[in-house]
Design a protein around this ligand. Structure first.
Ligand code: HEC
Length: 214
C-alpha cells in the first residue's frame, strides 16, 4: 500500500498453525460479524490468580441506579437483517444485496478517507482511483447508479440493467467483481435495480469510467 505499508490477506485454509484451523466456528462467526478477532488483547495477557470480591451497592447507589439513571442493558450486535430471496423482486431484498452483500453502494459512493466509510450520497458515484492492473497510467471511477439523468438507473430500463450485469466485464483491470455477479438470479438483479431507483437522485456525471489518470 505504497507509503502506508505492506498488508497481506491471511491464509483462510484450515491449517492449524498458519491458517484458521485452530479457531472455533464461534470465533470465526464473531470475526466476520463484528470484526473482533480471536486474539483480542485481553486474552493475550498473563493470567494472574486474584479472586476479586463482588461489590455491593449502598442504599443511595441502589436508588440512583433504579430510578435516576437509564437502564444499562446489553444491545445485540446491530447487523443488517438478512432478507431472503423470494419469487418476485422486492426493494427490501435489493437494499440488503446492494448495501451489505454485493457492496454496490460501497464502491459506487465517494469514500470518506477517515474510516473509509462511504461519505458521499449513496450510489451517487465514487472517486477516481488508479488502476491496479498493468495499465497504471489509467484510472477508474465507479459511476453514479442513482435515478438522476446523470445516473445509470436514470438512463437504462430494468431489462437493460439486467442485461448489462449479465454481460459482465469490459475492462480487464476494473475492481468491480463482474464475474461474481454473473450468477446473480434475475429476481435479485431486478430487486437491486428497484432499490437503486429509490435512492435520492444524485446530479453527478462522473464522466468516462475508465480514462487516463489525472
Ligand atoms: C469493488 C468495487 C465495485 C463494486 C462492489 C461494484 N462496482 Fe459497479 N463499478 C465499479 C467500477 C470501478 C466501475 C467502472 C468500471 C467498469 O465498468 O467495470 C463500475 C461500473 C458499473 C456499472 C457501469 C457499467 C457500464 O457499462 O458503464 C454498473 C451498471 C455497475 N457498476 C453496477 C454495479 C452494481 C449493481 C453493483 C452491485 C451488485 C456494483 N456495481 C458493485 C466498481 C464496483
Amino acid at each position: 500500500m505504497g507509503p502506508l505499508g505492506t498488508r497481506y490477506a491471511r491464509n483462510l485454509t484450515p491449517d492449524r498453525e498458519t491458517g484458521i484451523g485452530a479457531q472455533t466456528d464461534a470465533q470465526l462467526a464473531r470475526a466476520l460479524r463484528t470484526g473482533v478477532m480471536h486474539d483480542t488483547y485481553l486474552r493475550s495477557l498473563e493470567p494472574i490468580r486474584n479472586p476479586v470480591p463482588r461489590g455491593e451497592w449502598a442504599l443511595f447507589g441502589k436508588l440512583l441506579f433504579t430510578y435516576a439513571l437509564p437502564r444499562l442493558t446489553p444491545r445485540p450486535v446491530d447487523g443488517p437483517p438478512a432478507v431472503p430471496a423470494g419469487d418476485s423482486p422486492t426493494i427490501e431484498r435489493g437494499a440488503y444485496l446492494a448495501k451489505h452483500v454485493a457492496l454496490c453502494l460501497r464502491c459506487h459512493a465517494a469514500v470518506n478517507p477517515r474510516g473509509f466509510d462511504p461519505g458521499g450520497p449513496p450510489g451517487g458515484g465514487g472517486l477516481p482511483g488508479p488502476s491496479h492492473g498493468e495499465d497504471r497510467d489509467m484510472e477508474f471511477v465507479a459511476p453514479n447508479l442513482s435515478s438522476h439523468t446523470t445516473g445509470y438507473t436514470g438512463r437504462v430500463s430494468e431489462d437493460e440493467f439486467v442485461q448489462r450485469l449479465r454481460a459482465g466485464r469490459i475492462h480487464a483491470s476494473s475492481l468491480m467483481p463482474w464475474e461474481s455477479f454473473a450468477a446473480t438470479s434475475e429476481v435479485d438483479l431486478r430487486s437491486i435495480y428497484r432499490y437503486l431507483k429509490t435512492l435520492p437522485p444524485v446530479d453527478n456525471d462522473v464522466g468516462p469510467t475508465y480514462r487516463k489518470r489525472g
